[in-house]
Design a protein around this ligand. Structure first.
Ligand code: 8IG
Length: 267
């Protein structure tokens, strides 16, 4: 029998503890595209571990997505695991590969998970490119789920109300929104964007929801933040491209980094 995804995460957690020289960690952060430059503000780097040094991890396929775990000590002495890059469902490696980092972090003792992403904005009436938006809930249109079998996990509060309130103590004006995920890798058609607006979505992307589900299964408290890097297809008259995502990230890195550093120190 091949080993199940949870035992593989236990093995990866043991390798991570040993590579990091630490027994446990307070928080993990997954840095989406556009967020990697913000990682520098979170704390002092203790060690960097390439994904390829840890069992069952894959190097991310996308340029600009990094590919390592940075172990950081924050100014208040907390230890954070910063995932610089993630595996996406559209890479075709399967849902277990997508959530392996989250399961590994949970197995290594993390109790709080911060999921960041870059996303298309579905509400150009109120959203500007470069705005962070707190994820209040999600709509999973990936067609997949990290859980198989009769484990009926409650998803009433995937994205912690408590953590959202804590972020709003730091940035009271931050908007909240519902994040919709498709498998990708195509961006949407304008008709799909109109559909998502009708369905109650506020942001659209290709990540986060499967990791959020796996995190709730593991009992983690989750904070989700999207960086709006483009209006959804058909909302602006311009075609979408990946380079603008990275550019918005570079332009907002300082603001996002300061925000995350403050959040991590108040957990
Ligand atoms: I950044 O407009 C980013 N990621 N599906 N649609 C989808 N993913 C995205 C988008 C977008 N922008």
């Amino acid at each position: 029998m091949t080993k199940d995804a949870y035992s593989l995460a236990d093995e990866a957690a043991a390798a991570l503890r040993s590579a990091a020289g630490l027994d446990t960690f307070d928080v993990a952060l997954v840095m989406g595209s556009g967020w990697v430059p913000a990682a520098d503000a979170i704390g002092e780097t203790v060690r960097e571990i390439p994904f390829t040094d840890l069992p069952s991890f894959r190097a991310p396929a996308v340029a600009g997505h990094g590919g390592k775990i940075r172990v950081v000590r924050t100014s208040s002495g907390r230890h954070a695991l910063i995932f610089l890059g993630r595996t996406h469902l559209y890479e075709g490696l399967g849902v277990d590969a997508v959530v392996h980092g989250v399961r590994t972090a949970a197995a290594a003792g993390v109790r709080t998970l911060v999921l960041t992403n870059a996303a298309g904005g579905l509400r150009p009436e109120t959203q500007n490119v470069g705005d962070p938006v707190l994820i209040s809930d999600h709509i999973n249109l990936t067609g997949d789920n990290p859980i198989t079998g009769t484990t009926f996990i409650d998803l009433t509060e995937v994205y912690s109300r408590r953590l959202r309130a804590l972020v709003r103590e730091i940035e009271p004006a931050l908007a909240e929104g519902v994040y919709v995920a498709f498998r990708g890798p195509t961006y949407e058609t304008p008709a799909e964007i109109r559909m998502l607006r009708t369905l109650g979505g506020d942001m659209v992307g290709m990540s986060t929801v499967l990791e959020g589900i796996a995190a709730r299964e593991a009992g983690l408290e989750v904070l989700g933040i999207s960086l709006v890097t483009n209006p959804g297809a058909g909302l602006s008259g311009e075609p979408l491209n990946h380079e603008e995502v990275l550019e918005v990230g570079r332009a907002t890195a300082a603001r996002m980094g300061v925000l995350l550093a403050k959040v991590v120190d108040r957990l």
